[in-house]
Design a protein around this ligand. Structure first.
Ligand code: ASP
Length: 358
């Protein structure tokens, strides 16, 4: 474990992602990039998420959970559009009794008076015990964590989506969804996962691809039109980790092979001059006519919001797990928040004592 307070920003920001990860495991722990997780940590979070979900089913259990963090407050600082991630974190906080405050538009903060984003966040840290933040600037959450580590009030920072680079908690909920989908099929090891759509600018794919390197014999298919194909930096990480992958434009050839298909929308908010409009994305979609080709137990996922890449006709097919995936986000975020404050053992003890039903 390395301390963020002991390294300069200049030295820190150029570290390889995997090395950066070691700086986020301290006291308090921060959740900033997918590369900070080990497989053991993912498994513990998934187990805890399921226990929280089961405990919460009964009123006495739900009341117990609400006591776990009733002495804490969190700031939801979302300087970029969000509905499901914001609500999911808010709900996760409510489950644990954690009070929340929010700033959802930096135009309503003193940034309009010329305050630096760093000072704005430092101000928030005076009032709360945790900052959950989404920001358009890649790496800004890391900068905030580093900055707080150099004050006398370092509080945990959770990255709820930064620029086009990272969305670590989405990757956690995606892993939880895959774990649950393959519960009776040997887990994630040995599975074939297809990522489809805008892989160049989709931060969820970047974070989840890395987490998949922690599993054995996973094969990844990156399926996208050439201008939206996955970045070479992601491929370099997969090479270094020894994870097998294929880069292709041919979705039809991948559909029957995949155990999970992870669809994404075109991220045209990052366009400079509407260049996405010129890209033919018509073959990077799933319609009802494809369902016979897709494996009978395939997990069809999407981080949402969707556009036309998944037709609504398949929403009630048992393979369409994207609504469940979203709900899983609330449980895994509750598990993450509880673990961040080091109080997970209290939930484990309650679970062992009362053994709530599935
Ligand atoms: N909700 C996801 C994100 O925040 C995916 C998306 O917006 O397409 O990155």
């Amino acid at each position: 474990m390395k301390k963020l307070s002991t390294i300069s920003w200049q030295d820190f920001k150029v570290l390889p992602l995997v090395e950066k990860g070691a700086y986020f495991q301290g006291e308090p722990p921060h959740t900033l990039i997918a590369q900070q997780f080990s497989r053991g940590q993912l498994e513990s979070l998934c187990t805890l998420a399921t226990k929280i979900k089961r405990i919460n089913k009964r009123r006495d259990g739900a009341n117990f959970l609400k006591t776990l963090l009733s002495d804490k407050r969190a700031m939801l600082y979302f300087a970029q559009p969000s509905s499901r991630t914001y609500l999911s974190f808010n709900a996760a906080c409510q489950i644990l009794g954690l009070d929340t405050m929010d700033v959802r538009d930096s135009k309503t903060s003193s940034e309009v008076k010329g305050e630096s984003p760093e000072d704005t966040v430092r101000t928030f840290s005076s009032y709360v015990d945790m900052i959950i933040m989404r920001h358009p600037a890649g790496g800004f959450a890391e900068r905030v964590a580093w900055m707080l580590a150099h004050t006398n009030r370092e509080i945990p920072v959770i990255n709820a989506g930064s620029g086009a680079d990272q969305h670590p908690t989405q990757a956690l909920l995606d892993i939880y969804t895959l774990e649950r989908s393959f519960e009776d099929a040997g887990g994630i090891d040995g599975k074939s996962v297809a990522f489809v759509g805008d892989l160049k600018r989709g931060r969820t794919v970047r974070s989840l691809s890395w987490l998949l390197t922690l599993y054995n014999d996973v094969k990844i298919h990156f399926v996208a039109p050439e201008p939206l194909q996955i970045g070479s930096d992601v491929l370099a990480l997969l090479d270094a980790a020894g994870t097998e992958y294929e880069v292709t434009q041919d979705f039809a050839s991948v559909m029957p092979l995949a155990d999970a298909i992870y669809m994404t929308r075109i991220q045209d908010e990052w366009d400079v001059e509407g260049e996405s409009r010129a890209i033919d994305t018509s073959t990077f979609r799933i319609g009802a006519e494809h369902m016979d080709t897709i494996k009978p137990d395939c997990a069809i996922m999407h981080p949402l919001p969707r556009r036309e890449e998944i037709c609504t006709q398949i929403d009630n097919d048992p393979r369409a797990v994207y609504w469940r995936q979203m709900r899983n986000g609330m449980w895994i975020r509750a598990a993450l928040i509880l673990s961040t404050f080091g109080r997970q053992d209290e939930a484990h003890r309650y679970y062992d004592e009362y053994k709530p039903e599935e």
